[in-house]
Design a protein around this ligand. Sequence first.
Ligand code: SF4
Length: 110
Amino acid sequence: MKKVGIIRCQQTEDICPGSTDFKVAKAGKLAFEETGPVEIVGFLSCGGCPGKRAIARAKLMVDRGAEAIVFASCISRGNPIGFPCPHYANMRDAIIKKVGTEIQIIEYTH
Ligand code: SF4
């Protein structure tokens, strides 16, 4: 079973506990259809705008065994308020640079 670390938007923590992320990861559905069911080794927020703290947080999860970094749909799709993260591309690209291309990047959860 693949190990993943999930990064979520800090701005939506008050309105979403991430339940659907855990549900689809466990079931291997939606963003996890390709990997099958995954083990979540970390579930951290981006650390707040503009998301710079997410780089170290992603690295921490990789150091703890994550084989993929997953961006929750609150970041890339703007769930549940229709407001995607304006810093997403920069955050994602900086994380790829930090963790290396051997770590899989999954750009949404559901
Ligand atoms: S940087 Fe993006 S993901 Fe992080 S709190 Fe701000 S809007 Fe949310």
